[in-house]
Design a protein around this ligand. Structure first.
Ligand SMILES: [Cu+2]
Length: 151
């Protein structure tokens, strides 16, 4: 009887040992996956989005608006800059109603209106959403005019 038990134990031991060896051998047979290449520079730095108004500006000087005609795309803003020592007031044509630009609001006839004289170096920015050729003037010098073409 004892012999039988010993044989059983020996068998169990043999199975146990072979199990261990198989476990140890397994990794050697499996292909080693190549380590992933190092990530090249996490992500491309996103270029900062330029404001749409970049570059669209009209200077107001003693000799009028410069440029006299400025062409932009719908949705872009234009910055009117007073480069003169005297005040200037950019506003939509036609003086005195100021209603040519078809966007209600503002102080007289449309939203395209600075609503006051701008002192030297002061600016007025307006975003044009309506396509068309929009004349404007200096409300303090109504004979001085300019045009914004919105395409
Ligand atoms: Cu006016």
């Amino acid at each position: 009887m004892k012999q039988h038990l010993i044989v059983m134990l020996a068998l169990l031991l043999a199975v146990f040992v072979s199990g261990c060896t198989q476990k140890e051998n397994a990794p050697q047979g499996t292909p080693v996956s190549p380590s992933s290449p190092p990530q090249a520079a996490q992500t491309q730095p996103a270029a900062p989005e330029q404001p749409k108004s970049a570059g669209n500006s009209v200077d107001m000087t003693a000799s009028g608006f410069s440029p006299g005609t400025l062409t932009i795309s719908a949705g872009e803003a234009v910055t009117f800059v007073n480069r003169d020592s005297k005040a200037h007031w950019p506003a939509s044509a036609v003086h005195p109603a100021h209603a040519a630009y078809p966007e209600p609001g503002g102080c007289i006839g449309s939203r395209f209106d600075a609503c006051r004289g701008l002192a030297q170096d002061e600016t007025f920015q307006f975003t044009f959403t309506h396509k068309g050729s929009w004349k404007y003037h200096d409300h303090l010098n109504p004979g001085v005019t300019g045009t914004i073409v919105v395409s």
